[in-house]
Design a protein around this ligand. Structure first.
Ligand code: AHR
Length: 496
């Protein structure tokens, strides 16, 4: 590997370490909010959860959905709690109490130092609801909805900058699903009124729900034909699983993600060329993760209950390796991927789990996310990596070593992230770091486990990182042992 301070991909937008909270399962109720919990603050937010979210250092959180937003009335979640309606929540077939809504969530986001990326309902609703909602959130006062917010105790506007124009509108499962033509027109007109209310906002249009959708990537192309001048980002979503228990193939799935990203970049640039535009549309990968462990369990849940344990994947060690590779994929594409949200944050396909009334704990995937969020700030360096390769069921030429480096100029620090996909043997990583004079190795963090299926629980952290990685810096070269099937974070800093 060559790590050179002058081979740069891009300055990393820290929002690629974003996440997502949907009104789904126990994400909100029993996750971030549990008024009867011993750790609850005066608003009912769990302080133990807040502390874990802060450990992840999440700069932006998408809210309130997800599929849920496509039948959501934002007005249900404002004003006195006792007057808020209970509703049938159609996306996940639960009962939504609306105890938590926009204002409470904005308060919670402040506690975890995050911005909110707010979604409007373009399923059952449209232009009118969106313009009222943004007036409520962002207009200072002197109008019906802005004064309503002030009456609700929020004198200052929330100044929400980033807005999603609906969610997964290409998916037939979506309430109010739309063809690309229908969606493109509606997204454009909604964008127009939202910008009339607040010209400072940024807007994200929906793309494909995943790269396997039959309408991918035409959905993006048509949507962009309509909305190109009115929006800033196009959204991508992708989840992976290992239902066939083929780990070599599973760990290569980040290559599909890379292909997905590259295709959408090309699609954006094709429309840019057609429109003779100077503007570049960037990517918001606002749902990504592993999701498959809980599928069967979810099919057995009773409908119409409050906060059932939906989408509660318990992640194993190999999932953490793939999550590490997915994060590195964002770094390699950080010139165009400016927002990414791990879906989701608490209890629902999440790095943080809670017991109702009990503990909050870290899943295996918490660790690579925390590491890249902590040490992946600065400039992504262009990866020049030569690795032995393998073929798997769906992929050809999969590099055994998946690696990328980040340079933080201000802190005079360089971090090499690496996954060893080889399941049988360690691999020696040899990294040329000669452009970083007078640097030394500060730490080599490793996440490894003999059991690819090992999981964490509320009472045991079988999968957690250690700092005893074996690496040395000799004559400008890092020589590091990457244990078989491992996640590695090799931190270098200027000698002091
Ligand atoms: O994150 C879970 C669900 O996955 C979201 O609600 C939806 O947008 C996607 O299909």
């Amino acid at each position: 590997m060559i790590v050179d301070k002058d081979f740069r991909v891009s300055e990393i937008d820290e929002r690629i370490y974003g996440s997502f909270i949907e009104h789904l399962g126990r994400a909100v109720y029993g996750g971030v909010y549990e008024p009867d919990h011993p750790e609850a603050d005066e608003q009912g937010f769990r302080k133990d959860v807040i502390n874990l979210v802060k450990e992840l250092n999440v700069p932006i959180v998408r809210y309130p959905g997800g599929n849920m937003v496509s039948a959501y009335n934002w007005e249900d979640g404002i004003g006195p709690k006792e007057e808020r309606p209970r509703r049938l929540e159609l996306a996940w077939r639960t009962i939504e109490t609306n105890e938590v809504g926009t204002n409470e969530f904005m308060d919670w986001a402040k506690l975890v130092n995050s911005e909110v990326m707010m979604a409007v309902n373009l399923g059952t609703r449209g232009i009118d609801a969106a313009r009222n909602f943004i007036e409520y959130c962002n207009h200072p006062g002197g109008t019906y909805y802005s004064d309503l917010r002030r009456k609700h105790g929020y004198e200052k506007p929330h100044q929400i900058k980033t807005w999603c124009l609906g969610n997964e509108m290409d998916g037939p499962w979506q309430v109010g699903h739309k063809t690309a033509e229908e969606y493109g027109r509606l997204a454009l007109e909604t964008a127009k009124v939202m910008r009339l209310v607040d010209p400072t906002i940024e807007l994200v249009a929906c793309g494909s729900s995943h790269s396997g959708m039959p309408t991918f990537p035409q959905y993006e192309a048509t949507t962009l034909e309509h909305t190109y001048d009115a929006i800033d980002y196009i959204s991508l979503h992708q989840y992976y699983g290992n239902a066939s228990n083929d780990t070599a193939n599973y760990l290569a799935k980040s290559m599909d993600m890379e292909h997905f990203i590259k295709t959408i970049i090309s699609t954006c640039d094709y429309i840019k060329a057609k429109k003779r535009s100077k503007k570049t549309i960037n990517l918001s990968f606002d749902e990504w993760n592993v999701w498959y462990h809980s599928n069967q369990q979810d099919r057995e849940l009773e409908p119409w209950t409050i906060a059932p344990p939906q989408l509660e994947d318990v992640y194993n060690f190999e999932d953490a390796l793939l999550v590490g590779s997915m994060l590195m994929t964002f770094l390699r594409n950080s010139d165009r991927v400016k927002i990414a949200c791990m879906a989701q944050l608490v209890n629902v396909i999440a790095p943080i789990m809670t017991e109702n009334g009990g503990k909050a704990w870290k899943q295996t995937i918490f660790y690579p996310y925390a590491h890249v969020s902590a040490f992946g700030r600065g400039v992504a360096l262009a990866p020049v990596v030569s690795s032995p390769k393998y073929d798997s069921k769906d992929f050809t030429d999969v590099p055994y070593v998946d690696s990328v480096a980040v340079y933080n100029e201000e802190q005079e620090a360089v971090t090499i992230f690496a996954v060893n996909r080889y399941l049988e043997q360690p691999i020696e990583l040899n990294a040329d770091v000669r452009s970083f004079e007078d640097y030394e190795i500060l730490e080599h963090i490793v996440l490894e486990n003999d059991d690819l299926k090992a999981v964490n629980t509320a009472t045991s952290q079988k999968v957690q990182p250690h700092s005893y990685g074996v690496s040395a810096l000799r004559n400008g070269f890092v020589e590091a042992k990457l244990s078989k099937a491992s996640w590695n974070v090799i931190r270098l800093g200027k000698k002091r």
